[in-house]
Design a protein around this ligand. Structure first.
Ligand SMILES: [Mg+2]
Length: 96
């Protein structure tokens, strides 16, 4: 099954609200895995598995809210981050 077809199918079967809830739950699981990884209670594979869940949910939400709108927002945020890094690097160069 193509990813978009899969996203459409989950909304048809479980509904929009369930997908928002699932996204929140998967993010929380990734947060917990990262905290446990820091304390060496889980291995990298467990973090990667949670990352995979969140990646799928981000794909799901991106499809639901509109890929073009999300891509436009990512581009806008990326430009802001680029500017911030340039300023940080310029400040770091001044200190040397
Ligand atoms: Mg998970």
């Amino acid at each position: 099954m193509e990813l978009e077809q899969l996203y459409r199918s989950t909304v048809d079967v479980w509904g929009e609200q369930a997908q928002y809830d699932q996204a929140v739950e998967e993010c929380a699981e990734l947060i917990a895995a990262l905290m446990h990884y820091r304390r060496e209670k889980v291995d990298a594979q467990q973090v990667i598995d949670e990352l995979a869940d969140v990646t799928l949910m981000l794909g799901q939400l991106t499809w639901m809210f509109g890929k073009e709108r999300v891509e436009e927002a990512v581009q806008r945020k990326r430009i802001k981050l680029d500017d911030l890094m340039e300023r940080e690097n310029a400040q770091g160069a001044k200190k040397l």
